[in-house]
Write a protein that binds this ligand. Structure first.
Ligand code: ATP
Length: 127
């Protein structure tokens, strides 16, 4: 998984569950090649050799390519669940809610809604 800031995750995995635009999508060994858009959501993966532990990453919208047993995820922003700053996400949520409630004409509603979605997603991923 790569963001403009650099790689977030580079692991040998048994499975990946990603928030594809058409619904949650599971990828296992020998999955057919595909390219799909992803929504803001939580990506889960199981590492090779680990027991049943699922790791979670909060991610913004992006793209996923599956090819030849490689899963490449390109996203604007992503944080492993344990690296999320909960207070920051709560502050972002409060700001977005305030903007949406203000009904001022200069508010970019789509931007505020996307920010709200990212904040809720981060809170869900780390709690
Ligand atoms: P904020 O208003 O708090 O910046 P945002 O949703 O606008 O939130 P993004 O544009 O999605 O933030 O991300 C900007 C950078 O900050 C990315 O590198 C992202 O991983 C990081 N980031 C944003 N929120 C958090 C958080 N709560 N915990 C850890 N990293 C975060």
């Amino acid at each position: 998984m790569i963001t403009p800031q650099g790689p977030v995750c580079n692991e040998m995995v048994n499975s990946v569950t990603a928030p594809a635009s058409l619904g949650s999508m599971g990828v296992l060994y020998n999955h057919a090649p595909l390219l799909t858009t992803l929504e803001t959501g939580i990506l889960g993966y199981k590492k090779v050799g680990a027991l049943d532990n699922v790791h979670h990453i909060a991610m913004s919208n992006g793209l996923m390519e599956v090819n030849n047993n490689h899963v490449l995820v390109l996203v604007q922003a992503a944080e492993k669940a344990e690296e999320i700053d909960l207070l920051r996400a709560q502050a972002a949520l409060a700001r977005a809610r305030e903007r949406l409630a203000s009904h001022e004409s200069n508010i970019d509603v789509a931007r505020a809604e996307a920010s709200l979605k990212r904040a809720l997603n981060r809170i869900k991923a780390c709690c």
